[in-house]
Design a protein around this ligand. Structure first.
Ligand code: BJW
Ligand code: ZN
Length: 257
């Protein structure tokens, strides 16, 4: 792509997106792995998306865990270790500002990420659709504990003796009780749905884009490149979220709208 064309496109699209946000009474935001890429965390798909030759679809399933729990735990322990160095980036910070400007009644942040970076940045209410990397859950007694980023064994066990698993949502599993319903409600009652850093191929999260469209909300996409969702969005902002989100939020009035 010709770089000047690229810049022009973003420069045209940014004020249009800001106008959509300004006009919205309620805003919902959904983030994906791309928002944490500039914090040094790998995304799932695309360049660098493989882990030791495994696709995420092959390690993030209950079948994979039953077949080879030590392999799956090595994958998660490595990612938990990477969290130690990871800090929120300007994209996370911009979403904190957006929440502050709109207030909790008018703003909902939904994330597919399991990395805690929105909270670390200062976002107050975060709906985690796919769980959390620092938590573990016992496969026996179901007790949930936050173990931070401490190094865990390849076969970590609960005090009850059963094997622990990461408290995340794998393929073929249901999303956490209540969180999905609350997210779907927020999207069904928003006027603007901002979707950032997701390939939009994993359901039911990606289906929230259709929910937004069904209720007549405008959809804004922020991504390095067009995605599965791009044909269904009103404004596409193509660039790094750590740069695009701060520029977008800067275009909004500072006082409460
Ligand atoms: C940047 C950037 C920068 C980079 N700036 N942008 C057929 C149709 C419909 C559904 C299905 C189907 N077949 C199967 C299903 C269901 C399945 C599914 O969706 N599969 C698809 C692969 C088709 N879904 C499920 O199974 C879900 N559960 C479910 O449906 O329950 C009902 C049910 C119950 C019982 C039986 C059957 C059904 C659960 C899905 C759970 C997903 N879990 C994971 C792992 C979480 C734990 C962990 O972290 O390990 O969630 S998979 C992985 O994908 C993770 C992510 O949250 C999720 C989405 O990925 P994301 O965030 O979009 O990342 P990427 O890497 O894909 O994209 C990054 C993007 O960022 C790219 O676009 C880049 O361009 C961009 N980017 N740098 C801006 N700097
Ligand atoms: Zn237990």
């Amino acid at each position: 792509m010709h770089p000047s064309w690229d810049v022009e496109e973003l420069a045209d699209a940014l004020p249009r997106a800001a106008a959509v946000l300004r006009a919205a009474e309620r805003v919902a935001v959904m983030t994906g792995a791309g928002v944490s890429a500039e914090s040094g965390l790998a995304t799932f798909r695309g360049a660098g998306g493989l882990w030791e030759g495994h696709r995420v679809e092959d390690v993030a399933t209950p079948f994979a865990f039953r077949r080879d729990p030590a392999l799956v735990w090595r994958f998660y322990n490595l990612r938990r270790a990477n969290l130690r160095e990871a800090r929120p980036n300007p994209g996370h910070d911009a979403l904190v500002k957006l929440e502050e400007r709109l207030g909790p009644e008018r703003f909902t942040l939904i994330t597919q990420n399991v990395d805690n970076l929105h909270r670390a940045a200062g976002s107050r209410r975060v709906l985690e659709l796919h769980g959390n990397l620092t938590r573990v859950r016992c496969t026996g007694c179901q007790r949930v504990d936050d173990r931070g980023t401490e190094a865990l064994d390849d076969m970590p066990r609960c005090s009850c003796g059963a094997l622990l698993r990461p408290d995340v949502v794998w393929f073929h599993e249901m999303l956490p009780d209540g969180i999905w319903e609350e997210s779907a409600r927020a999207v069904a009652s928003c006027n603007c749905f901002l979707v950032a850093g997701t390939s939009a191929i994993v359901y039911p999260a990606a289906g929230l884009i259709d929910t937004a469209r069904r209720v007549g909300a405008k959809v804004i996409e922020v991504n390095l490149e067009p995605t599965e969702a791009s044909g269904r969005v009103d404004v596409g902002l193509y660039g790094a979220s750590g740069q695009v989100l701060p520029r977008l939020v800067e275009l909004l009035p500072h006082a409460s709208m």
